[in-house]
Design a binder for this molecule. Structure first.
Ligand code: DX5
Ligand code: ZN
Length: 221
């Protein structure tokens, strides 16, 4: 089942003093969703944004807000993020001993559930949850910071998950996050990914946000 190619600019690399304007530019360039990286200084070394940032983004765009929770105990924070306007909520399997319950909680809160795998976590860790999720996020760098180099060994994991979804007859999305640019985008798409997160390649591009978003889409097609 072919899933549509979606571009999800990550505002982690945006200029926070001009965040609203930059989100609008990404939308004008044809971005499909806005990726918001939530980090707690515990699960990952960095600290970033919370529900307030999601609520602020909600006021400047009607695009789906794709919230990537890199926090311990994400189950304690689903409601505030959903209320702030998150449309998709991604939780790391490494942080969820009761993954099925957390996924249900996300759906009950009115958002689309997604599960995330760190580079060191095998594809099989999401096998049992696949029938219950709308998206799987395969990290192509270690979470925590933007601007890191793509880990090519993750390509095989993307193919494995696409094969598992096909076997189930599921059209769930496969998102990739970390080091995605015009060179790596065609590779991940060829292996079965269809939602591309990009921070540096979009918000730090010398040619500007609009041209960079369009270039990424063209490279991936
Ligand atoms: C990393 C974050 C990413 C980050 C990607 O922990 O999850 O979303 O913004 O940044 P780039 O595209 O610069 O690798
Ligand atoms: Zn992310």
């Amino acid at each position: 089942m072919a899933s549509p190619l979606l571009i999800a600019p990550s505002i982690l690399a945006a200029d926070f003093a001009r965040l609203g304007e930059q989100i609008r530019q990404a939308e004008a360039a044809g971005a499909d969703q806005i990726h918001i990286d939530v980090m707690d200084g515990r699960f990952v070394p960095n600290i970033t944004m919370g529900p307030l940032a999601v609520e602020a983004a909600r006021r400047v765009t009607s695009l789906p807000l794709d919230v990537h929770l890199m926090i311990v105990h994400p189950e304690d924070h689903i409601q505030p993020f959903a209320k702030a306007g998150a449309n998709i909520i991604s939780v790391h399997v490494e942080t969820c001993p009761h993954l099925h319950r957390t996924v249900q909680q996300i759906r009950e809160a009115g958002a689309r559930p997604s599960v995330v795998l760190n580079p060191g976590t095998p594809a099989v860790a999401v096998k049992e949850i696949l029938p219950f999720v709308d998206m799987v996020l395969v990290m192509t760098v270690n979470p925590g910071f933007g601007g890191q180099a793509f880990i090519p060994q993750m390509l095989g994991k993307i193919s494995e998950i696409r094969a598992m979804l096909d076997a189930l007859g599921s059209s769930a999305d496969i998102q990739v996050d970390g080091g995605i640019d015009v060179t790596t985008a065609p590779q991940v798409v060829r292996h079965g990914a269809n939602v591309l997160v990009a921070g540096t390649a979009i918000f730090r591009a010398p040619e500007g946000i609009v041209a960079a978003t369009q270039a990424l889409r063209e490279a991936a097609q």
